[in-house]
Design a protein around this ligand. Structure first.
Ligand SMILES: C[S+](C)CC[C@H](N)C(=O)O
Ligand SMILES: N[C@@H](CCS)C(=O)O
Ligand SMILES: [Zn+2]
Length: 347
């Protein structure tokens, strides 16, 4: 169990995130693009498992990227489980026990990175003290850090970029989605993670499936719901963001609602729409503004609107009502360092 202990179960979910935000000084820094950062370090993610492939062949790289985001100032790191599913690992020839072990491993690696980071900070503060200077980074004031277990959508598992269309066809029902996600959610909820991050949710049906699953399975750690959009009004499937955010609002285990992997230019309007339907904390972690080509598995520059460095928008997004900020695909530790700097100057 991480920083926030086992007593923080669903009965006290309502204050989990507001307490954490307060501990962080009023605003929280989420990490940045994880898979795309693995790629920058040379990982080949052209695989149905995408970033989860590194859990099998390069766990050292997974730990390294977590550490880079912690060094950049992140208060929340997301695990490498976005596209890690029992079904996906089994398709590669792993047994169900091995698949479950790999899911748990994603959380263990993130927890290890947090421990390494805290140990280093403690050591640095001792070194400073031994040199006769006082330290402001003693272990008692160490930075609060949560490990969020990432759950990507069914569309992510399809590995064809379907999480950017949200169109699953008529054969996929609420029950199909619940059954698809059930095992992974159970495993991650008991893995030592502090929170489950349902990310890049492309449609209302999947949000509903997650909400029902959390309830039916009696999941005892909190969760966040984060949607993606390509027009600033609806989630990518065309379902209105207000309806999707309302589902999150009604679910007692959900402690924050927001937007990820969406071009920065749409974020402000989306925060305003979400704020109208919920008083839960709002999180935003946009992508670089590029578009994902699911067939070629490549990011391409969007024609037309160009997004400037979005770190300059953080103040406006905060005024609009968001309190957790990070980056998604194609953002890097540099982006997160910029966000941490902007936020610390405002606190
Ligand atoms: C967030 S997208 C870039 C993840 C990758 C996608 N599910 C794929 O496998 O192509
Ligand atoms: N947490 C995932 C989200 C992909 S959209 C990642 O950063 O790779
Ligand atoms: Zn993304």
């Amino acid at each position: 169990m991480g920083l926030v202990g086992a007593e923080e179960t669903s009965s006290s979910s309502s204050s989990f995130m507001s307490d954490f935000i307060q501990k962080c000084g009023g605003c929280v820094v989420i990490d940045g693009g994880f898979a795309t950062e693995l790629e920058r370090h040379g990982a080949d993610l052209n695989d149905p498992l995408w970033s989860a492939k590194c859990l099998i062949d390069s766990p050292h790289l997974v730990r390294r990227v977590h550490l880079d985001y912690l060094d950049a100032g992140a208060n929340i790191i997301l695990t490498a489980s976005y596209q890690a599913t029992v079904q996906g690992f089994e398709a590669k020839g792993f047994s169900s026990e091995e698949a479950e072990g790999l899911l748990r491993r994603s959380v263990e690696i993130a927890c290890e990175a947090r421990e390494i980071y805290h140990d280093r900070c403690t050591k640095d503060s001792w070194d400073v003290m031994e040199n006769g200077r006082s330290s402001s980074s003693s272990s008692s004031s160490r930075r609060p850090i949560l490990v969020a277990a990432s759950v990507g959508s069914y569309g992510a598992y399809l590995a064809d970029g379907s999480e950017y269309s949200g169109n699953y066809g008529d054969a996929i029902t609420l029950e199909t989605l619940k059954d698809f996600h059930r095992k992974r959610v159970q495993i991650l909820a008991n893995s030592g993670a502090d929170i489950i991050a349902f990310e890049t949710i492309p449609n209302k049906l999947e949000a509903k499936a997650y909400a029902e699953l959390l309830e039916e399975e009696g999941i005892e750690i909190p969760a966040w719901f984060s949607f993606n959009s390509k027009d600033g009004v609806n989630v990518v499937s065309g379902d209105p963001i207000s309806e999707c955010a309302s589902i999150a609002d009604s679910c007692k285990q959900v402690v924050a609602v927001g937007i990820n992997c969406t071009p920065p230019r749409f974020i402000h309007g989306l925060i305003t729409s979400i704020k109208k339907v919920t008083s839960k904390p709002i999180l935003v972690y946009p992508n670089s503004g590029e578009t994902y080509d699911g067939q070629a598995k490549q990011w391409v520059k969007s024609s037309g609107d160009v997004d400037e460095d979005f770190v300059t928008y953080i103040g406006k997004w905060r005024e609009a009502g968001a309190s957790l900020f990070g980056g998604c695909c194609r953002t890097s530790p540099k982006t997160i360092r910029g966000i941490a700097r902007v936020l610390s100057s405002k606190n």
